[in-house]
Design a protein around this ligand. Sequence first.
Ligand code: ADE
Ligand code: ZN
Length: 331
Amino acid sequence: MNTVSRDWLNKLHKVELHLHLEGSLEPELMFKLAQKNQITLPFESVEQVRQAYQFSNLQDFLDIYYQGANVLLEEDDFYDLTWAYLTKCHEQNVIHVEPFFDPQTHTDRGVPFGTVVKGISRALKDAESQLGISSKLIMCFLRHLSEDEAFKTLAQAEPFLDLIIGVGLDSSELGQPPQKFSRVFAKARELGLLTVAHAGEEGPAEYVWTAINDLKVSRVDHGVRSTDDPKLMKYLIETRMPLTVCPLSNTKLCVFDDMSQHNILAMLEQGVCVTVSSDDPAYFGGYMTENFVALAESLDMSKDQAISIVKNSIEASFASKERKQQMMELL
Ligand code: ADE
Ligand code: ZN
């Protein structure tokens, strides 16, 4: 087998469209911030934290992920978190990113919305000027919370809309269908925001349909369960509706038992606009390069397939026409 090398995949210019900033919190920074902010962690050491990262489903992971985010309190903490992620992007030739953040995880602990968004945005701005990484920021609503709480969060975001391109929907999927948030997404669109949503990660293909029809999303996050529904597959192919697929996340959370069973390349070959992202890299064992390497090693992904995936990501991004053109020319 002629496996595409890690070096080639690392050098390939890449675009990341599905990344939770809170999920890029490495245990080392978690400990540093816990000490600074005098927060007690339920772990003795960085090694113990990493050992705890064994998940059998999405909820298992979310319980630990929300606990980790408790160490983030001040604007500089959000800056440092975001900057650490962007430094990693630079090392891996990721040239455009559209990260998510979960404001409710922080505002529910008394951290002001502005503290979160200002720290993140300052790091994104510095990355543009110092590292050449362009970005668009997406704020997610937690779907296990109520519609009313999502409306309150949208209201808190209003003074900062110049810093945010769109809204997303994340957290526990099962039993939390997208249509629960139809009205708040409609209001977000009225405010000029674009929309995306997690759907078809653990939940059924039906949730992908409702994300598209009720929330009017521009992209579906994950969407790997779409292959259960041939009509949906036909729709995704015909409309070029992008899926932001996260291979290492899917195996870590047991959406697929093994990477060799992942359906991303089969979807790519059928003409679905699939993209690759890392989701929560500090928790799932790898950033962009590691996700591409996993596909090369377990699914024998070719160089042409890797390039097609990046082209899909550029097409699916919210970057300007000029920036898209510039990025396409690097491939
Ligand atoms: N929040 C962070 N990562 C997530 C995922 N993979 N699915 C849903 N919500 C999330
Ligand atoms: Zn996600």
